[in-house]
Design a protein around this ligand. Structure first.
Ligand code: BGC
Length: 740
């Protein structure tokens, strides 16, 4: 009980202490988790062997596959529930979404949780330690609510900015996304609960997500999306991997011998369990092809990994062997993460104040200043009249929709239901976190006269804009799981609104609240643009702090902003014209969609722009500051595989820079790849030496069985973004081959 009263702050601090654990102790824990799992498997009766292999949806909305009307006593309304085995002291698994906090599942629980800023905001921090603290914070809330599994660790790459779930993920680069997702997972699991990483793999579109067939070569997959997962798994050691809905080279991702057996469990030697995404299982063969646990089986129509698995195991030795292995893997994850010895219990205390501060810090480091003409920002507290327009800025900040949606205590400040009916309609509402940027701005500038107009009518907004010294216009673009964005415009006429307002008042500052890159046809008319993403529980405060210079902006883009749709590998959204729209991506009879990822292959985002010599609107890695920095003295140590350089703050205020090191050519072939990065905090006039490790896989090519670093000259450059690199330096790197 006492343990349950430990505050969130203590838990977050506890993470730092945990980081000091010795590797030897971890190795012991790992071996002991494996041998304990084997001992428990040996004690299981035949009936017990198919308990941990399938689960239900504990939503108390009806049966949902629980096998009867009774809602399990220890279940918590959430995404999933797996019965435990009390005779063997195996706990039930109580699963909640997701990467941004404990999801509210359409209001079925009204207990409130702290929303982290979106994945893109987290990735814009380029700060693994902060993202780990964020993970520790949301994991502690999950545990306090009685959950012991968090369906987090979204690691899919931003292959297309129109993906409706871009906001749940960490951008377009395997090193950045893998490192940050790994950090988030580590933080979550520091609470002695399991985190997933998801959605494995190549699930980069929502259109037809249930059946889209991704065509991709082994080499292209290994060097892009799979590499991001590989890094996240190495660094985060998630107890579970959630396989995705889509097909990969004709086989469903949850029934995929290649990704699950060969890559994940074989080449990477990962010992945890694969759980299915909700409604992603179509066949009993999933057991043979690597799936260990069927989530919410009722959504699949059949308990393929329940009764059907038991029948198959009774007559087929291949299934019988797998049943043992499936249990071994689930139990390994339970023991390795101490779910049995440090159980999650409902009713734990949550320190929302301390947790809000963590969310705010992430937002403050993740907001990206994209434009600042004539240094209009930071705003002077002395500005006499400011007109604020749009985005419900008087009430809150926007959040993304779907299973990852988190609601703060007291519910949303504004919720705009999208209508429709059916069990899932309640998930679809555009919700604003209770953190008003306008209120926070007023608190920072008590002598300024603020006016607010909703921005519904251009005429209104233009009149208000003309009366002000400065205009701050909040533009929103909601995105959600289940649907892709049709294009990259701002909805509801906001592009025209911004254009008219900025034409009426050149001192117009645009604050974007959105999940993913947008086009900015009005850009040159504005004075400043701040990309605040979906900024989470304290987003309003974070935005105001940056507008007024209480915090110096330091976010850097984790994904490129295209200048036009034509610049994308697939200018037309795959399936947009052929697939019947359906929030759940469900297949209608006869529908099929094939998406060829080999067009761009592993050259996602900035690598695609570099390959085509095109210039995006804003490049990967870009972000302005109120101070200036100088990067210098790059040296690469080919023996130790490190890059060293110096970062100096050459301006007049303190600030953080994100220094980036790029590979520009490998053994004579031009390649652009991020190989290292470091966030550095510097007082004005100070400098710091930095050394970053270079993962040799980033210099290598996948050769079919491992990685080959070709011997020869390699060039590297420091950059403030992928499009702004200093002259490269070259070094000779000897040939080597690495295991997968
Ligand atoms: C989503 C997963 C989520 C699961 C449970 C699925 O629709 O794709 O990300 O974890 O639902 O809510």
């Amino acid at each position: 009980m006492r343990a349950m009263m430990i505050s969130g702050k203590t838990r977050v601090l506890g993470t730092l202490a945990l980081l000091l654990c010795s590797t030897a102790a971890l190795a012991d824990d790992d071996a002991s988790a494996s041998s304990r799992a084997a001992a428990t498997v040996a004690k299981m009766t035949t009936d017990e062997q198919t308990i941990l292999t399938h689960g239900i949806m504990p939503m108390a909305l009806g049966d949902f596959g629980s096998g009867g009307p009774k809602f399990p006593d220890d279940a918590v309304p959430g995404a999933g529930y797996i019965y435990g085995i009390p005779r063997l002291n195996v706990p039930s698994l109580r699963e909640t979404d997701a990467s941004l906090g404990v999801a509210y599942i359409g209001g079925l629980r009204k207990d409130g949780a702290t929303a982290l800023p979106s994945g893109m905001a987290m990735a814009s921090t380029w700060n693994p330690a902060l993202i780990e603290a964020g993970g520790a914070m949301i994991g502690s809330e999950a545990k306090a609510k009685g959950f012991n599994v968090m369906l987090a660790g979204g690691t899919n790459l931003m292959r297309d900015p129109r993906n409706g779930r871009t906001f749940e993920y960490m951008g377009e680069d395997p090193l950045l996304a893998g490192t940050l997702a790994g950090a988030a997972i580590r933080g979550i699991q520091s609470n002695h609960i399991i985190s997933t990483t998801k959605h494995f793999a190549l699930n980069d579109y929502e259109t037809a997500r249930d059946f889209a067939n991704i065509i991709v070569s082994d080499k292209n997959a290994r060097e892009s999306d799979l590499l991001a997962f590989e890094i996240a798994i190495e660094q985060g050691k998630p107890g579970s991997v959630m396989c995705a809905y889509n097909k990969i080279n004709d086989h469903y991702a949850c029934d995929n011998d290649y990704t699950l057996n060969k890559v994940l469990k074989g080449d990477w030697g990962w010992k945890g369990f694969v759980m299915s995404d909700w409604g992603a299982v179509h066949s009993p063969t999933t057991a043979l092809n690597g799936l260990d646990q069927q989530s919410a089986w009722i959504l699949d129509g059949k308990d393929y990994l329940g009764k059907i698995l038991a029948e198959n195991a009774a007559k087929d030795p291949a299934y019988a062997a797998r049943v043992k292995d499936m249990n071994q893997r689930v139990l390994y994850a339970i023991y390795a993460n101490k779910l049995d010895s440090d159980p999650a219990m409902k009713g734990g205390a949550i320190d929302f104040e301390a947790h809000g501060a963590v969310a705010q810090k992430v937002a403050e480091q993740g907001i990206v200043l994209l434009r600042n003409e004539g240094n209009i920002l930071p705003l002077a507290a002395s500005a006499k009249r400011i007109t604020v327009i749009g985005g419900y800025a008087d009430s809150g900040v926007l959040s993304g929709g779907g299973s990852s949606q988190v609601e703060g205590p007291g519910g949303p400040a504004v919720a705009i239901p999208l209508g429709g009916d059916g069990a899932f309609a309640l998930f679809f509402s555009q919700a604003y976190q209770r953190s008003s940027p306008l209120k926070a701005m007023k608190a920072l500038a008590p002598d300024t006269k603020f006016s607010f107009t909703r921005g519904d009518y251009i005429t209104d907004a233009v009149i208000a804009a003309k009366k002000a010294d400065v205009v701050v216009i909040f533009a929103t673009q909601w995105s959600t799981e289940g649907v892709d964005l049709p294009d990259l415009s701002l909805p509801h006429g906001q592009d025209a609104l911004i254009d008219a307002v900025a034409s009426a008042n050149p001192h117009t500052i645009v604050v974007l609240e959105n999940g993913s890159p947008v086009l900015m046809p009005w850009l040159n008319k504005t004075a400043a643009v701040l990309e605040s993403w979906f900024p989470g529980a304290r987003g309003g405060q974070a935005i105001a702090n940056i507008l007024y210079g209480k915090v110096n902006p330091s976010g850097h883009l984790p994904g490129s902003f295209p200048a036009s749709l034509d610049q994308l590998p697939r200018p037309a959204l795959p399936g947009a014209e052929t697939i019947e729209p359906d929030f759940q991506g469900k297949a209608h009879p006869g529908e099929a969609l094939t998406i060829d990822y080999n067009i761009e292959g592993a050259d996602i985002g900035y690598r695609w722009y570099a390959r085509n010599h095109t210039k995006p609107l804003f490049p990967f890695g870009f972000g302005l500051s109120y101070t200036s920095f100088a990067l210098s003295g790059l040296k690469v140590d080919a023996h130790n595989m490190t890059a060293s350089f110096t970062v100096a703050n050459t301006g007049s205020v303190a600030g953080d820079d994100v220094a980036q090191v790029y590979l520009t050519s490998a053994a004579g072939t031009a390649h652009e790849r991020l190989v290292g990065f470091q966030r550095v905090s510097l007082a004005p006039g100070t400098k710091q030496s930095v050394t970053v490790k270079i993962d040799p896989r980033l210099l290598a090519e996948w050769n079919g069985t491992g990685w080959t670093v070709r011997g020869g000259q390699y060039s590297f450059a420091l950059g403030t973004s992928a499009a702004d690199l200093q002259p490269a330096i070259s070094t000779n790197i000897p040939a080597k081959t690495l295991k997968p």
